[in-house]
Design a protein around this ligand. Structure first.
Ligand code: ZN
Length: 128
């Protein structure tokens, strides 16, 4: 599995923006309470809570070693596409052949391989 992680710079900007959003929520509550809006001040509380979660997430990604991933790239052997069973066998959508039927290639030199090869016959490197 390969993961695409958010950049630290954009994460820092997102965290700072979230703090400003939380500040907006505070002003919202103040203005609503001063104008007698009562119940609508509650939306400011929700807004502040959402902003603080965003701020924590973004500052974590900006500063910590173990960033959350934006995308996880998995091979079909690691995690199947959940839509494959639904659409398999329908004529208008091409059904992907299983990986064992597809030709294998050496990751080092690109030579085409038999499926049971442990070593590349071209470059001699060990295959996984
Ligand atoms: Zn090779």
């Amino acid at each position: 599995m390969k993961s695409i992680k958010p950049g630290r710079g954009p994460s820092m900007m997102g965290g700072i923006s979230a703090l400003f959003a939380a500040l907006f929520g505070v002003f919202w509550i103040i203005v609503v309470l001063q104008s007698g809006g009562g119940f609508f001040a509650f939306f400011g509380v929700i807004f502040i809570a959402m902003a603080l979660v965003q701020a924590w997430y973004n500052f974590h990604n900006a500063s910590q070693k173990d960033r959350f991933s934006s995308f996880d790239i998995v091979d079909s052997r690691e995690e199947m596409d959940p839509l494959d069973p639904r659409y398999a066998g329908q004529d208008d959508i091409p059904v992907r052949s299983s990986d064992s039927d597809a030709p294998r290639f050496c990751p080092y030199c690109g030579a085409e391989l038999q499926s049971d090869y442990l070593y590349c016959p071209e470059c001699g490197k060990k295959l996984r």
